[in-house]
Design a protein around this ligand. Structure first.
Ligand code: GGG
Length: 351
């Protein structure tokens, strides 16, 4: 079996981690009797600076036939972030109906949390982030530039379909994990969209009598991710809240360099996309020290999504074994002094 993967390394450290992780993925595929065939697309801000667009006009059409997409990072100091996000990452998520964003936050054995008293295994939750609407809806506008009455409007969009879809996915995950669900809103202040969200959680919960539901406001949740992270299991949140909370999830579990994510089209009509949670990290570009493990964990989720669950597990275990080994190479974000390639070489020996 050959799986066709579109690789979009993107900006900054994106190419460093995606290109470094690729041989690890190819190795694991070979050992498990399938092939991953990567086609590289040099889309991103360099292209935007040279040609005026992050990707070609027919970019989505080009990607449509792939089995999956592996993305690195977007962002460049010379290009406003709303340009990079709205012209590559978000069109792919929205165009391919990748409505479910799954982001695990796990404190692995051998990794130190900045939170005192937490050891490997103590933190293990997953955030289900709504991924195609909410506060990321491209609706709004600006008027009267340069006048005192200049105005900007940005609307958030919550559809019943979109909200039910993410809430149901989170309930399914809680059922599978035999765990509980925390739903995050700001429904004390946002009396339309977030009260609607609460109402849908309430309705869907009736289909899942075995799942206990906790409701938290996003401000309280931000504190509780720090104060009692071990108590979370499956967390469901809107697009913006999910984005913010998963950065907290990444940092309390040791490093942004370890946090993976999967942008899933649950209908499998389109390719799903896998990407590290971290951005382009301009401060370390070219130093050869970017942590490739978030990309490796994302690749593990990709391979499992393709139906190769044993290979996905093998990748995940190689990375967690490495983290648990105090003699293994570590990049500076984890307190080590090794480079990206050292980590990859060691990882390949563990497959
Ligand atoms: N790894 C993808 C990346 O560069 N993400 C940066 C970012 O700002 N993402 C925002 C989001 O996930 O909504």
């Amino acid at each position: 079996m050959v799986y066709e993967i579109a690789s979009i390394p993107g900006d900054g450290i994106g190419p460093e981690v995606v290109d470094a992780a690729r041989p690890v993925f190819e190795d694991v595929a070979e050992r498990h009797g399938f092939e991953l065939s990567f086609t590289r697309y040099d889309w991103g801000t360099e292209r935007h600076l040279e040609e005026g667009a992050m990707m070609p006009e027919n970019g989505l059409k080009e990607l449509e036939g792939y089995d999956a997409i592996l993305l690195g990072a977007v962002g460049h100091p010379d290009v406003p972030d709303h340009v990079t996000l709205n012209n590559l990452l978000l069109p792919i998520r929205k165009g391919f109906d990748q409505s479910i964003c799954k982001r695990p936050a796990i404190l692995f054995d051998g990794v130190e949390s900045p939170l005192e008293g937490y050891d490997g295994g103590d933190i293990d939750f997953v955030v289900y982030r709504e991924n195609t609407e909410g506060e990321y809806a491209d609706m709004g506008g600006q008027e009267h530039p340069g006048h005192d009455h200049e105005v900007a409007v940005q609307s958030a969009v919550f559809t019943r379909t979109g909200t039910e879809r993410i809430v149901r996915a989170a309930f399914d995950a809680a059922t599978e994990r035999e765990g509980h669900l925390t739903s995050i809103t700001k429904s004390n202040a946002q009396a339309h969209s977030m009260v609607f969200w609460d109402q849908i959680v309430e309705e869907v919960s009736e289909e899942y009598p075995d799942v206990t539901v906790e409701r938290l406001l996003v401000d309280a949740a931000s504190m509780d991710f720090i104060r009692r992270p071990e108590e979370f299991d499956v967390v469901v949140a809107s697009n913006l809240f999910g984005d913010i909370l998963t950065d907290i999830g990444a940092i309390i579990t040791g490093s942004m360099g370890l946090a993976p994510s999967a942008n899933i089209d649950p209908t499998r009509t389109y390719p799903s996309m896998f990407e590290p949670v971290h951005g382009s990290a301009p401060d370390i570009v070219g130093d050869g020290v970017a942590n490739p493990l978030a990309t490796v964990f994302s690749g593990s989720m990709m391979v499992a999504h393709l139906g190769e669950s044993e290979a996905g597990e093998a990748l995940w275990n190689a990375a967690t074994d490495q983290l648990a080994d105090s003699e293994a190479p570590r990049t500076p974000d984890l307190g080590g002094s090794s480079g990206t390639e050292d980590v990859v070489e060691d990882l390949r020996s563990r497959l």
